[in-house]
Design a protein around this ligand. Sequence first.
Ligand SMILES: NC(=O)c1ccc[n+]([C@@H]2O[C@H](COP(=O)([O-])OP(=O)(O)OC[C@H]3O[C@@H](n4cnc5c(N)ncnc54)[C@H](OP(=O)(O)O)[C@@H]3O)[C@@H](O)[C@H]2O)c1
Length: 326
Amino acid sequence: MKDKKKIKWGIIGLGNIANQFADDLMLVQDAEIVAVASRDLEKAQGFAEKYNCKKAYATYDEIFADDEVEILYIATPHNSHASLAIKALQSNKHVLCEKPIALCFSDAFQMIEASKKNNKFFMEAFWTRFNPSVREAFYKIKNGEIGEIKYINADFAFQAEELEGNRMTDLKLGGGALLDIGVYPLFLSYLMLGIPKEMAAKSNFHKSGADLQTSMILQYDNAQAVLHSSFLSSSNMKATISGSKGIINLNSPWFMTESYTLIKDNKKLKYKLPTKGKGFTYEIEECHKCINENKIESTLWSHQNSLDLIKIVDEVRNQIGLEFPL
Ligand SMILES: NC(=O)c1ccc[n+]([C@@H]2O[C@H](COP(=O)([O-])OP(=O)(O)OC[C@H]3O[C@@H](n4cnc5c(N)ncnc54)[C@H](OP(=O)(O)O)[C@@H]3O)[C@@H](O)[C@H]2O)c1
């Protein structure tokens, strides 16, 4: 059988998630890493060697200028997503940009305008949207399996080992629990129920001004979501979607789950869907599908979905008084 044409990836920002993502990229048959870029040449060379990639750059500009790179994965801190994604799109590259799409709605809007103007695929890397259990549970919920959704409870919380001197509490880099992990429970509520009518939120803050934990209530016409994100203490990381006819639990850790449980009619059924790799494989495959079909956005996680989600995040920020320096 003839091999499928490989899609040529570049990666910038070679930190924690770039390594995990590259591990999964190696599992996708028609993916190939052709170039990586770091602010540090040695780091880039080490990464390139680990993933059998032939080009390692010491500046991000060099990877933008590399015509072999078809799609760029941006894995840098939040404050740089917008400028780097726009540059990449203007350099004729498709873009998969880590979550959150940007610091605010207006930056995200410009990124999407750049995708349209340059006719290049762009997607926020919301990998949970492509998780097999989340997809199947969502499908069942949309088809009425648990009736009308009345309540969602989801969190993303862990006790951070070190909060000082890293991007998590650095406001200049778009730090804070809300943008780092609070976007996950907000994503789930948005996916299931759409844009809320009203929101309330409260936070505890680091001395830098970044939020250390944020709790949110999202109010819908006939439903509520109670959501939480924290760097201060751990949670069960299970998500519950409760409807008029039953409950679906996305089992822990729900944002990268390998199973979900349906509780209905006095029965409890567990559905197991093991992920390929850690689960980044599915968003990678979605990028390939869209690129091969000449689409500039995914229907599963569209430009509008990212814009809606960042608008919700903006409203939470407004409620808790979290501002990023210009
Ligand atoms: N999808 C997920 O599951 C997941 C999980 C964790 C994080 N993320 C997201 O991925 C992005 C990166 O997070 P991470 O945990 O990988 O962060 P990280 O370990 O700190 O890595 C970020 C990388 O960005 C580059 N960078 C560019 N400008 C920087 C600056 N001013 N300060 C620090 N680093 C800078 C650095 O790479 P070079 O030195 O190579 O240039 C750094 O290694 C964020 O958007 C985060 O929300 C997603």
